[in-house]
Design a protein around this ligand. Sequence first.
Ligand SMILES: C[S@@+](CC[C@H](N)C(=O)[O-])C[C@H]1O[C@@H](n2cnc3c(N)ncnc32)[C@H](O)[C@@H]1O
Length: 216
Amino acid sequence: MSEKIYNTEDSRGFWMTRTNNSPNNRPVAYANATLDRTKELYRYIEDYIDSEYHIIEVGCNVGRNLNYLYSKDVRKLIGVEINPEALKMGSELYVDMFNDSSSLFLNGAAGDILPTLNNGRSINLCFTMAVMIHMSNEEQDFTMKWISKNCNIACFIELVEGQKRLGSTSGHFHNPLDINYNILVDAGFKITTQEKFKALQPNGPYTITILKRCRR
Ligand SMILES: C[S@@+](CC[C@H](N)C(=O)[O-])C[C@H]1O[C@@H](n2cnc3c(N)ncnc32)[C@H](O)[C@@H]1O
C-alpha cells in the first residue's frame, strides 16, 4: 500500500496545532528529550561554529538543541518553528537564551519565515533534526533552495534514501519521498558526512548528512 503524501496545508496544520494536551508530539516531550542527541549533534557541528555568523535551526520546537549551544556560549542563534505553543514553552524554560538580544525566535512555517531572514544577517550553518521529513515536497525543496543561497554548511538529521520511512502510522505526518539533497549539490555543496545517527534512536533509521559549500 502506498503511503499518502501530505500537502503543505495538511502538514503545516498538523504541526502548528500540537499542544501539551495533544496525543503526540507535545512540546513538553521535546523539552524533556534526552540531551544525548543534542550533544552528538554538537560533536558534529562544533568545528563549523564561528562567533561572527548566525546558526539557524529550522523546526527547533522548544529550542532544546539551541539552548545546549547557548550553554556552550554560542550566540547569534536563530530558531524557526511553526508551533506557537512550543516557542512559548521554550521562552519559559530557556529564559536567558530567549531574552538574549543576540538570538532570534520566529514563529511560522519555514516557507514563510526563511525569506524574511536574508537581510543583514550572515548565516553560516543551518541544521534540522527530524523536521524535513515532516514537510511537504514543496516546503522541503523551498527550504533546500533557501539554504543553498544563504548558508555555507547544512546539517540534517533526517531519513535518507534507501531507509525505510517510519510511515504515518507512528502518529506523525511523514513525507515518504526522499529529501532532495541534490538541490544543494547542484548549487555547489558537497556531502562531507553521511552516516547513521544513533543518538536519536539507537536502532532507528536516522542519518546525519552534512554538506559544505565548495563553490558559489
Ligand atoms: C519531530 S519534531 C523535532 C523537533 C526538534 N527539531 C527536536 O529535535 O526536538 C519536528 C518539528 O518541526 C516543526 N515543523 C514541522 N513543519 C515545519 C515547518 N513547515 N516549518 C517550521 N517548523 C516545522 C514541528 O512543529 C516540530 O517542532
